[in-house]
Design a protein around this ligand. Structure first.
Ligand code: C5P
Length: 215
């Protein structure tokens, strides 16, 4: 069984999807981490993010390993390093690149092959796993999403204001929903879950129920 969880930034997808996968005993794929990892590696290698060909080369040669709690890139642990605000903003160079999307989509399908899997991103139900048995569109209001991300960043010691976070989130939402390939769309066969006012545990409980109804 494949469970896809798509939705906008800050809806709480990653932590909810990871907990759900643990509870179900399924493999977990954090596909946003893969786009982040490409940009992180390019910056480390001194590659210009605007050089589309060079960026694709970086992606093609990268070995990304998504662990339960960690992300390794060519054996280097980048779990925290790929979550900074700077990487978050720059990730669009990888996400907007059709060639890199094609590479990563292949890797995502390979990672799920032969496994029961919870996979999380923007295009999982629409493009990567159109035949998934269970599709969820996880969302929340702009304000709730911005506040969650703001508290996350502050807890990690970043210097940001809520206004800045909301502004960047609007830009990211715009990019995510309008990119030519792999744009965030709500599949007609996805269950919509709005997490406004729900605790993280309540979100996981509800997701678990949704999956059980489809097993
Ligand atoms: O989910 P996360 O915030 O880690 O994703 C980072 C960026 O990667 C997002 O802003 C989105 O643009 C992109 N992304 C994507 N397709 C996916 C997952 C993430 O384009 N499947």
């Amino acid at each position: 069984m494949i469970v896809t969880i798509d939705g906008p930034a800050g809806a709480g997808k990653s932590s909810a999807a990871r907990s759900l996968a643990n509870r179900l005993g399924f493999r977990f794929l954090d596909t946003g981490a893969m786009y982040r990892a490409v940009v992180f590696a390019a910056l480390e290698q001194g590659v210009e993010l605007t050089d589309a060909d060079a960026l694709e080369q970086v992606a093609a040669q990268l070995r990304i390993e998504l662990g339960d709690q960690s992300v390794l890139v060519n054996d280097q642990d980048v779990t925290r390093a790929i979550r900074t605000q700077a990487i978050t903003s720059a990730t669009r160079y990888a996400a907007d690149h059709p060639g890199i999307r094609a590479l990563l989509v292949d890797q995502q399908r390979a990672a799920a092959a032969g496994h029961e899997c919870v996979t999380e991103g923007r295009d999982q139900g629409s493009v990567v796993f159109p035949d998934a048995e269970c599709k969820v569109f996880l969302t929340a209001s702009e304000r709730t999403r911005g506040e969650r991300r703001y508290h996350d960043l502050i807890a990690r010691g970043e210097q940001v204001t809520l206004e800045e976070v909301l502004e960047k989130q609007r830009e990211r939402d715009e990019r995510d929903t309008t990119r030519a390939v792999g744009a965030l769309i709500q599949s007609s066969d996805a269950v919509v879950l709005n997490t406004d006012g729900m605790s993280p545990d309540e979100v996981v409980d509800r997701l678990y129920e949704i999956v059980q109804q489809r097993r």
